[in-house]
Design a protein around this ligand. Structure first.
Ligand SMILES: Nc1nc2c(ncn2[C@@H]2O[C@H](COP(=O)(O)OP(=O)(O)O)[C@@H](O)[C@H]2O)c(=O)[nH]1
Ligand SMILES: [Mg+2]
Length: 329
């Protein structure tokens, strides 16, 4: 292709600037990474080689649990240790303004002039079902750019969001008092995935109850994902008073050391890559299937409608049409 060369050198320049931590290059790379163009594939292939050093920390919990506020407070705490922080907020509530809410808040707390902090928000709508694939590619961009810690905020609802937070090395489940449900983490289906439980808004009078419920639940032996050598803590925090934030950031570092020393990090990294490969393959397959909407699919549909072909056979036909002998395509 005639335009392959300039495009390739543009990608090389972009990679160079990302690796040097240039904010505009990082933003541009993230936009590319969200998509599925050939440029995106080349970019991610280059960046992948340089990623793998960041400590990826996921935060999940019901809407209003205090995650965004905690991300800001935690970022301040991690910055005190001289580490850099990349933030990805996945906000299903709003395709346009969701990120701006976090952005404004973080700006207010003074990160706008801090080159050691990079914030990106992603809408869940518009990702065409490829949200996990797209957001984990953007994590790679921040990782390759050299951020020490990457924080991913997701609302604990929906399989995609759970998949995304499960791609973190350290998972924080955030629960808040006064949200009605006794153990929100159970409702959201994320109790079992926590490495660290955080009870936010500990300044509120009903916080002890939330802490008690959660601690009780942990003692019942419900959760745990097979990492027997790690004791899952429950840490109360308050963004109002600053309580618990330092302890939380220390626990996160402690968990990192634990993962490295126990060999669990390798296990998790392999699981995460496995999940990402499958997600990406699904994404590619879905795109190809959709490309057949006006072609092969219509013909199969006609046959199925006339009861000349059953649904499974039609699906099989469609699959072999899109995965046929056209190689990587
Ligand atoms: N009292 C109190 N309110 C908090 C605290 N943290 C967050 N909030 C409030 O809880 C609401 C939801 O916070 P937000 O961080 O947006 O929650 P998210 O939806 O989980 O990201 C906001 O009105 C916050 O001001 C806290 O530590 N104490
Ligand atoms: Mg939020």
């Amino acid at each position: 292709m005639p335009d392959e060369t300039p495009s390739q050198s543009a990608i090389e320049a972009l990679v160079h600037n990302v690796l040097n931590g240039k904010p505009r290059a990082i933003a541009r790379a993230m936009s590319l990474a969200e998509g599925r163009t050939a440029d995106a594939a080349n970019l991610m292939a280059e960046l992948h080689r340089h990623a793998g050093r960041a400590h990826i920390v996921g935060l999940t919990g019901v809407p209003g649990a205090g995650k965004s506020t905690m991300v800001a407070a935690l970022t301040r705490e991690i910055r005190k240790q001289g580490k850099t922080v990349g933030i990805i907020a996945i906000d299903p509530s709003s395709p346009f303004s969701g990120g701006a809410i976090l952005g404004d808040r973080v700006r207010m707390t003074g990160f706008a002039d801090d080159e050691g902090v990079f914030i990106r928000s992603m809408a869940t709508r518009g990702a065409l079902g490829g949200l996990a694939r797209a957001s984990l590619d953007t994590v790679d961009v921040l990782d390759a750019a050299g951020f020490d810690v990457v924080l991913i905020e997701t609302v604990g609802v929906g399989q995609d969001e759970v998949d995304i937070v499960q791609a973190a090395h350290t998972i924080l489940v955030v629960s808040a008092p006064g949200l009605g449900d006794e153990v929100q983490a159970i409702k959201a289906g994320v109790l079992e995935i926590a490495d660290i439980h955080v009870v936010s808004k500990a300044d509120k009078p009903d916080a002890p109850r939330t802490i008690q419920d959660l601690t009780g639940m942990l003692h019942l032996g419900r959760p745990g994902k097979g990492d027997k050598k790690w004791t899952i803590p429950v840490i109360p925090t308050s963004a109002e008073t600053g309580k618990g934030m330092q302890e939380l950031s220390e626990k996160i570092s402690e968990h990192y050391v634990h993962l490295e020393e126990s060999g669990e990090m390798e296990v998790r990294k392999r699981q995460i890559l496995e999940m990402r490969i499958i997600k990406t393959a699904e994404d590619m397959l879905r795109e190809r299937l959709l490309n057949e909407r006006d072609g092969k699919l219509q013909r199969l549909l006609d046959q199925a409608y006339q009861r000349n072909m059953d649904v499974r056979s039609a699906a099989k036909n469609l699959l072999s049409a899109v995965t046929g002998d056209d190689g990587d395509g």
